[in-house]
Structures are given as C-alpha cells and as structure tokens.
Design a binder for this molecule. Structure first.
Ligand code: UDP
Ligand code: UDP
Ligand code: UDP
Length: 461
C-alpha cells in the first residue's frame, strides 16, 4: 500500500443490509465521512425491500453528488418470504460473489470497507481475500454488541440452561444480562435465522479490523469499557469505537410541512411509532387509539398495518372503525404512510415518544432530548429499553412483555402516557442527555475523536 501522507484522501466503501433501521445509520455515516473529506463509495443492494429505502438512497445521492454510487445486483427474491428483511440479508449474502470484481475495479483503490454486522460472515472473507481492511458498523446498542459477540460461545455452552427469567446470564466473569431481556429467538433450541446470524456473524465480527457503534460514551460507558478491556472476548477483539449518535441529515427531511404540529404548544405532543417494520394487531391498534384519546395528550401517531410499507393498503377507518377514528382525529394527527421521524422528533411541539426502542429511535430521541415511554416489540428492543430506563431517558412498562404477547388495554396505555408526559424530572433528564449527545459528536467529543482517529489511520493505509 502507499506511503502515508496528510494530503492523501481515504477511500471508504460502505455496504448496508436491508431495512431502514440498518440503512439509516449507513446514510448518516456516508454523509459524515464525506463532510470530513473522505471519498465515499456507497454500494447499494438492488433492489431494496421497501420504497422508503430507495427514496432515502436517491436523496443521499442528490445531496452528495461526490459520493460514488455502485449498484450490487441481487439474485431474484423468493415470493412471499416469511420476513422480507431477514430474507434480504440472506439474499445479499447469497449474491456476494458479485462483490469482489466490483470492489477490485474501484479507483482509486479502497482504503477500507465498512459493512453491516448482519453480513459479516460472508463479506469479511471476501475482503480478506483481497487484503482489504474490513470494519463493521453495528447498528444496535453496545450492550447488544456484547451479546452478539458472546452468543457463539453461549449457544454451545450450558450457561443458559436452568436459568429463570430474572436470572442473569453469565459467561466466565462477565454478567451479560437477565435472561428476560434476550431476543426470544436466541433462547429457542430450534434453529432460526436470528440465531444462525448471531452465531456466524457474531463469530466473524470478532475478526474484523474494527467495530463502529452508533452510541456514545456517556450513554453506554460501562459496556464500552468492558468491550475494550477484554472482558467480553478475552482472546482477541478489534477495537470498538463509539461514533454516535450519528446526526440526522438535512436530506432525510421530507418536503411536506407538519403544519398540524406548528399549531400545538411546545412539548405538548406525544409521538407514537413502533419503527419501520412492526405492525400491531388490529385489536391492539384499536386499544392504542382509545388509550391515546383517553390520555388527554395531543399526539402524532404512525399506524402500520403491514411490515413492509408498499404492501400496506388497508385504510385507517377499516382498522379503527369510524367512531374511534372521529375521536382520534379530534386530538391527534394519525398517519398511515411513511412519516419522516426526524421531522417529528425535531419539532418543538413534541414532548414525548411512545416507542418500540429500535436503536435508531433511541439515538434519535437522545439527540433531540425527547423522553420515551418504551414498549419493546421484538429482537433487541428489551435490551435497548433497559438502557433507556437505566440512563433516565425514559420509562418502560415491563409487564407489557413483547409486542405480540398480549393485548395491552386502553386504560393502561392512557395511564402510562399521562405519567410519562407529567414526569418533569424525566423531561429535564432527557434535555441533559441531549446536551451529552451533542457534546459527544462535537469537536473534541468522544465520538468525534474516535472517528477522526480512524480516518487518520485509514489515510495511511
Ligand atoms: N423511521 C421513520 N419513520 C417511521 C418509522 C421509522 O423515519 O415511520 C425511521 C426512524 O427514524 C429510524 C428508522 O426509521 O431511523 C427505524 O429504525 P429503528 O432502529 O428505530 O427501528 P426498526 O424500524 O429497525 O425497528
Ligand atoms: N419481526 C419484526 N420486527 C423485528 C423483529 C422481528 O417485525 O424487529 C418479525 C419477525 O420477522 C417475525 C416476527 O416478527 O416474523 C416474530 O418475531 P421474532 O422472530 O422476534 O420472534 P418472537 O418475538 O415471536 O419470539
Ligand atoms: N440481526 C442480525 N442478523 C440477522 C437478524 C438480525 O445481525 O440476521 C441483528 C439486528 O440488526 C438487531 C438484532 O440482531 O440489531 C436484533 O434483531 P431485530 O430483529 O431487532 O432487528 P432490527 O429490527 O433491529 O433490524
């Protein structure tokens, strides 16, 4: 490789996986690197699962024409997959033989490659074969990274057998987490897609050149310390660098103005959304609607009837019924199509976030200092909700369990929302967290330093 020079630009290629929860942090990282004078090539698996993903990508390329765009064509997608996003991860892996020639043809030669943790087991061998340093962007919490790295060992040990729900899972001297927080598929004996990813990708991520996490030091201090001092993987672990919260970009914002929000008093509105891929049952949608009305708060509510936006054609009235719909409309704004979360969370009228605690949502709430009422639906979300509660960004009603486990009734929902919106200490703490988040990515902050050091290193490769 060439000699070091301060004037040489680093050339970084990024490859995200599927779904807005994975794509968004990659878009933000691409923008951040470009603004720091790094040459970026963004490789997009084609086609994407949702329309929202392809629109977000075209906005990135319009705003940053200096970013090189390469499409990576996938084998055809099977019809009606069980989970379209997980299926897509697999499809990208299965199509990865198209990647080597694409990478080798890039000019100037790449300094490093950054991929999503869910693709690690397939992509790292490809980049190793062409001696290209490979970094992983972990799109969930550092706490989840701890589980991701430990799971290959955990799955083959007896550490989880005979534990009660409240017992803490331990490996060696490391207290991982209470069993109750674990994503359910990881506790099953039978094989499933999440489990095999955690085993294969978790193992391979440990062999990467470094792991970038969309979190910040003061938010997950203890976990980051354990990751970097050998308590998680004693043998070998590449350095774990917190680079978050990855700041939301202007190009993500939609053109449509949320005029309804402009007319609401500051901090009075609850934003209700369970992410890009969680659909509630119709019965739960009705209870939630009733609960929101009874809470007495104003609200912006994004209702999802299907996992993938382009499949979602059912009208709101059909789900809620005319009568409830009328009452809901008196107090709130209900939206069924994609609504840019950044537009909502950045609005001064918004004072609370009823959230599933997808990690991007948590980082975005921290970024804007908006307090959370957590309702974990799937996967990593209990782990994330636990972090939110411990750090004081929000409250979490654990008795509600996982999303589809039970129907939570309107009265309870109303009560918890009232509590969250009336909790002044929580409001102030959330504003303090916002300050810490901004400080972390500001000049001299921990995340800013972490990324700057990496870029300097990459320039010399
Ligand atoms: N998002 C959005 N509008 C929506 C739902 C989600 O803009 O109606 C964005 C949200 O801001 C976040 C991402 O999509 O950046 C979702 O990621 P997250 O990790 O919060 O949850 P997931 O969708 O992966 O469950
Ligand atoms: N699922 C989802 N969003 C997520 C995680 C999972 O929509 O963030 C879907 C997943 O694709 C699956 C279903 O929810 O079809 C069941 O979830 P999971 O596999 O996590 O198992 P469970 O929660 O039922 O134990
Ligand atoms: N995950 C992964 N490989 C997979 C499926 C999921 O690495 O094949 C990660 C996923 O990105 C998340 C965590 O495992 O950080 C929990 O999965 P979840 O279903 O919540 O995915 P998400 O909705 O966050 O994409």
């Amino acid at each position: 490789m060439s000699s070091s020079s301060d004037h040489k630009l680093a050339h970084v290629a990024l490859l995200p996986s599927a779904g807005m929860g994975h794509l968004t942090p990659f878009l933000r990282l691409a923008a951040l690197l470009t603004l720091q004078n790094v040459q970026v090539t963004f490789i997009t698996p084609h086609s994407t699962v949702s329309l929202t993903e392809s629109q977000a990508l075209s906005r990135l390329f319009t705003s940053f024409p200096q970013i090189k765009h390469k499409q990576f064509h996938l084998l055809p997608l099977p019809k009606n997959p069980d989970d379209p996003f997980f299926q897509h991860f697999q499809l990208i892996k299965n199509s990865s033989h198209f990647l080597s020639p694409l990478l080798s043809a890039l000019t100037p030669p790449l300094s490093v490659f950054i991929t999503d943790m869910s693709l690690a087991s397939t992509i790292i061998p490809i980049t190793e074969a062409i001696s290209l340093p490979n970094y992983v962007l972990f799109t969930s919490s550092a706490k989840m990274l701890t589980l991701f790295l430990s799971y290959p060992t955990l799955a083959t040990s007896k550490a989880m057998d005979d534990l009660d729900e409240t017992d803490v899972i331990k490996i060696r001297d490391l207290e991982l987490m209470p069993k109750s927080l674990m994503p359910p598929p990881l506790l099953r004996k039978s094989n499933n897609i999440l489990k095999s990813s955690f085993i294969e990708d978790g193992r391979k991520v440990a062999e990467s050149s470094g792991i970038l996490v969309n979190t910040f030091e003061s938010f997950e201090q203890e976990t980051l310390r354990k990751l970097n001092n050998g308590q998680v993987l004693p043998e070998r672990l590449p350095s774990v660098v917190s680079i978050g919260p990855l700041p939301p970009c202007d190009f993500e914002k939609s053109q449509s103005q949320l005029t309804w929000l402009d007319d609401q008093p500051a901090g009075s509105v609850v934003y209700v959304s369970f992410g890009s891929r969680t659909a509630l049952s119709r019965e739960q949608v009705r209870e939630l609607g009733e609960g929101l009305v009874r809470s007495g708060s104003r609200f912006v509510w994004v209702v999802k009837g299907e996992k993938v936006d382009r499949e979602d054609n059912e009208g709101l009235e059909e789900i809620m019924g005319d009568e409830l719909m009328e009452r809901v409309k008196e107090k709130g704004l209900v939206v069924k199509n994609w609504l840019n979360q950044e537009d909502v969370l950045s609005h001064p009228a918004v004072g609370g976030f009823f959230s599933h605690c997808g990690w991007n949502s948590v980082m975005e709430a921290a970024w804007h200092g908006v307090r959370i009422l957590a309702w974990a639906q799937h996967g990593d979300q209990k782990v994330n909700a636990d972090i939110v509660e411990r750090i004081g960004l929000g409250t979490w009603e654990k008795s509600w369990g996982w999303g589809a486990e039970m129907v939570v009734n309107a009265a309870e929902i109303a009560e918890r929302i009232k509590e969250m919106m009336g909790n002044e200490a929580l409001r102030i703490r959330a504003l303090g967290i916002k300050e810490e988040a901004r400080k972390a990515v500001g000049v001299g902050g921990s995340s800013h330093k972490g990324l700057a050091e990496l870029i300097n290193l990459w320039k010399k490769l």
